[in-house]
Design a protein around this ligand. Structure first.
Ligand SMILES: [Zn+2]
Length: 138
Protein backbone atom coordinates (compact mmCIF):
# COMPACT_ATOMS: atom_id res chain seq x y z
CA UNK A 1 0.00 0.00 0.00
CA UNK A 2 0.98 3.61 -0.41
CA UNK A 3 2.72 5.44 2.38
CA UNK A 4 0.08 8.13 2.43
CA UNK A 5 -1.56 8.69 5.77
CA UNK A 6 -5.33 8.78 5.86
CA UNK A 7 -7.51 10.17 8.67
CA UNK A 8 -8.68 6.63 9.40
CA UNK A 9 -5.50 4.63 9.66
CA UNK A 10 -5.36 0.98 10.71
CA UNK A 11 -2.19 -1.05 10.86
CA UNK A 12 -1.93 -3.89 8.38
CA UNK A 13 -2.62 -6.48 11.08
CA UNK A 14 -5.68 -4.52 12.22
CA UNK A 15 -7.02 -4.54 8.67
CA UNK A 16 -6.44 -8.30 8.47
CA UNK A 17 -8.27 -8.77 11.75
CA UNK A 18 -11.26 -6.68 10.75
CA UNK A 19 -11.75 -7.85 7.17
CA UNK A 20 -12.41 -11.22 5.55
CA UNK A 21 -9.72 -12.59 3.26
CA UNK A 22 -11.54 -11.40 0.12
CA UNK A 23 -12.35 -8.01 1.63
CA UNK A 24 -8.69 -7.55 2.53
CA UNK A 25 -7.64 -8.58 -0.97
CA UNK A 26 -9.93 -6.02 -2.64
CA UNK A 27 -9.78 -3.13 -0.15
CA UNK A 28 -6.14 -3.25 0.85
CA UNK A 29 -4.45 -4.98 -2.10
CA UNK A 30 -6.51 -3.38 -4.88
CA UNK A 31 -8.10 -6.63 -5.90
CA UNK A 32 -11.22 -6.98 -8.01
CA UNK A 33 -14.18 -9.15 -7.22
CA UNK A 34 -15.57 -11.37 -9.97
CA UNK A 35 -17.96 -9.50 -12.31
CA UNK A 36 -21.70 -10.09 -11.91
CA UNK A 37 -21.10 -11.82 -8.56
CA UNK A 38 -21.18 -8.86 -6.19
CA UNK A 39 -24.06 -8.28 -3.79
CA UNK A 40 -24.92 -4.84 -5.15
CA UNK A 41 -24.49 -5.28 -8.90
CA UNK A 42 -28.23 -5.40 -9.60
CA UNK A 43 -29.31 -4.05 -6.24
CA UNK A 44 -31.78 -1.14 -6.43
CA UNK A 45 -32.95 -0.51 -2.84
CA UNK A 46 -32.97 3.12 -1.71
CA UNK A 47 -30.40 4.24 0.83
CA UNK A 48 -26.73 5.04 1.10
CA UNK A 49 -23.54 3.15 0.43
CA UNK A 50 -20.77 3.29 3.02
CA UNK A 51 -17.09 2.39 2.87
CA UNK A 52 -16.55 -1.14 4.13
CA UNK A 53 -13.22 -0.08 5.60
CA UNK A 54 -14.22 2.96 7.66
CA UNK A 55 -18.01 3.45 7.43
CA UNK A 56 -17.90 6.82 5.67
CA UNK A 57 -20.83 7.66 3.37
CA UNK A 58 -19.74 7.41 -0.27
CA UNK A 59 -22.72 7.09 -2.58
CA UNK A 60 -26.49 7.50 -2.61
CA UNK A 61 -28.78 4.99 -4.27
CA UNK A 62 -29.92 7.88 -6.47
CA UNK A 63 -26.44 8.03 -7.96
CA UNK A 64 -26.52 4.34 -8.87
CA UNK A 65 -27.44 3.32 -12.37
CA UNK A 66 -27.88 0.05 -14.15
CA UNK A 67 -24.70 -0.75 -16.01
CA UNK A 68 -23.68 -3.81 -17.96
CA UNK A 69 -20.10 -3.75 -16.71
CA UNK A 70 -20.71 -6.35 -14.00
CA UNK A 71 -20.08 -4.14 -10.98
CA UNK A 72 -22.20 -1.57 -9.15
CA UNK A 73 -21.97 1.71 -11.06
CA UNK A 74 -22.56 5.26 -9.87
CA UNK A 75 -22.63 8.49 -11.87
CA UNK A 76 -21.42 10.65 -9.00
CA UNK A 77 -20.27 10.54 -5.38
CA UNK A 78 -21.71 12.27 -2.35
CA UNK A 79 -20.18 15.70 -1.90
CA UNK A 80 -18.90 14.69 1.53
CA UNK A 81 -17.35 11.45 0.29
CA UNK A 82 -14.02 12.94 -0.72
CA UNK A 83 -13.11 10.00 -2.93
CA UNK A 84 -9.51 10.13 -4.10
CA UNK A 85 -8.54 9.50 -7.71
CA UNK A 86 -5.18 7.90 -8.46
CA UNK A 87 -3.57 7.32 -11.85
CA UNK A 88 -3.35 3.55 -12.39
CA UNK A 89 -1.17 2.22 -15.22
CA UNK A 90 -1.25 -1.41 -14.10
CA UNK A 91 -2.26 -4.30 -16.34
CA UNK A 92 -1.22 -2.40 -19.47
CA UNK A 93 -4.09 0.06 -19.16
CA UNK A 94 -4.39 3.71 -18.27
CA UNK A 95 -7.13 3.87 -15.72
CA UNK A 96 -8.07 6.02 -12.79
CA UNK A 97 -8.35 4.15 -9.53
CA UNK A 98 -10.73 5.41 -6.86
CA UNK A 99 -10.00 4.98 -3.17
CA UNK A 100 -11.79 6.08 -0.02
CA UNK A 101 -10.40 9.49 0.98
CA UNK A 102 -10.85 8.64 4.64
CA UNK A 103 -9.12 5.26 4.91
CA UNK A 104 -7.45 4.68 1.54
CA UNK A 105 -9.34 1.47 0.82
CA UNK A 106 -9.61 0.53 -2.84
CA UNK A 107 -13.11 1.02 -4.26
CA UNK A 108 -12.70 0.44 -7.99
CA UNK A 109 -12.10 2.65 -11.02
CA UNK A 110 -13.73 5.71 -12.55
CA UNK A 111 -14.35 6.12 -16.27
CA UNK A 112 -15.58 9.09 -18.28
CA UNK A 113 -18.01 7.12 -20.44
CA UNK A 114 -21.02 7.30 -18.14
CA UNK A 115 -24.47 7.41 -19.80
CA UNK A 116 -25.96 10.12 -17.55
CA UNK A 117 -25.50 13.91 -17.39
CA UNK A 118 -22.33 13.68 -15.29
CA UNK A 119 -20.59 11.55 -17.94
CA UNK A 120 -18.91 9.64 -15.14
CA UNK A 121 -19.01 5.97 -14.30
CA UNK A 122 -17.78 4.96 -10.87
CA UNK A 123 -17.25 1.23 -11.21
CA UNK A 124 -17.10 -0.07 -7.66
CA UNK A 125 -16.60 -3.48 -6.05
CA UNK A 126 -19.67 -4.53 -4.04
CA UNK A 127 -17.39 -5.85 -1.38
CA UNK A 128 -15.95 -2.37 -0.79
CA UNK A 129 -19.43 -1.09 0.09
CA UNK A 130 -22.08 -1.51 2.76
CA UNK A 131 -25.64 -0.43 1.94
CA UNK A 132 -27.81 1.09 4.67
CA UNK A 133 -31.35 2.37 4.47
CA UNK A 134 -30.85 5.54 6.45
CA UNK A 135 -30.95 9.22 5.64
CA UNK A 136 -28.18 11.77 5.53
CA UNK A 137 -27.66 13.63 8.79
CA UNK A 138 -28.49 17.14 7.76
ZN1 LIG B 1 -12.99 4.19 3.92
Amino acid sequence: MSEKKYPFNNSDSEWKENLSELEYHVLRNKGTEAPYKGTYTDFIDAGFYYCKGCDVQLFSSEQKFQSSCGWPSFDNELESANIEQIQDNSMGMRRTEIVCGNCGSHLGHIFDDGPTATGQRYCVNSISLVHKKIKLNY
